[in-house]
Design a protein around this ligand. Sequence first.
Ligand code: COA
Ligand code: MG
Length: 300
Amino acid sequence: MTSLTDINFAPFRFRRSVLSVPASNQRALEKIRTLDCDAVIFDLEDSVAPEKKAEARENLRRLFKDNPLQGVERVVRINALDTQFGKADMDLAVEISPDVVLVPKVEQVAQIQSVADILSEAGAPDDLAIWAMIETPKGVLNASAIGAADERLQCFVVGLNDLRKETGVLSQPGRGYLVPWLMQIVLAGRAHGIDIIDSVFNDFRDTEALEAECRQGRVMGFSGKMLIHPAQIEPANRHFGPDPEAVKDAETIIAAFAKPEARHLNVINLNGQMVERLHLVEAEKLVAKAKFLTERKNAP
Ligand code: COA
Ligand code: MG
């Protein structure tokens, strides 16, 4: 019987907390080293004024040279290739070689393919990934095709500020009218085996509302959340990381299937709940993930 107990799940790639930092903000850039986020988006796009773009690129050039920032996924958000800033941003990405290039306002497969072609022609490593912002009506409608655009594509990031602006849907607690579109993006991403990062929550002083939105994003199947402020990191790590209660349940499932009488069973009765072998696989994955995070936290 196949079991995953012998498979090494590590190293896991966690994308629970994805913090955006305007690349023009030197003070915030310096702060990154002290923060416990899984990924950092160095933004060259909308949070950087046109007259600050060149200075922002220079900041990143210096940062990547002086401080390679190990242990965090380094994402550079470029301006779209059809803007006056796109080419210089791509030149910078090739030069500093981050882990990811994040393409804004993706609506067509060709936008991803163009970035992939530039990277490959410049000899960028195969593991330099591409992420896509899905933040326009056409982006949502074409998410499924975009998800299959290129092997480098690893992640969708939802941008609700732009999507609300473009559609006229207002900001409301619970995001009711946006949920169908959010779920469409989740489905498209999962269909192509890529991660999906939930949108930013703007009101960074309202921790209660952030908690609620993280909880909702987790239940909807998102891998993590894009963040704008350091105070949002801990809630995102907690909500999108392994839930201690779920880890305990997973350990119970593993123990139940390990009993000799369950060896040849694909379905068991666990305290009145039907548990299938597919749940065992999930349980083993969750326990391995939790163990990996604990070991990483306790590492010297
Ligand atoms: N990354 C790293 N550090 C950040 C940060 C971020 N995104 N946002 C704030 N900080 C730092 C500040 O520099 C400050 O550091 P200090 O104590 O050393 O001075 C500390 O966290 C507290 O910040 P605070 O005073 O509460 O907020 P602020 O007024 O400095 O910044 C924003 C508020 C919204 C302007 C800022 O958080 C920001 O620019 N966020 C990112 C915006 C973005 O990337 N948008 C594009 C995607 S939608
Ligand atoms: Mg945007």
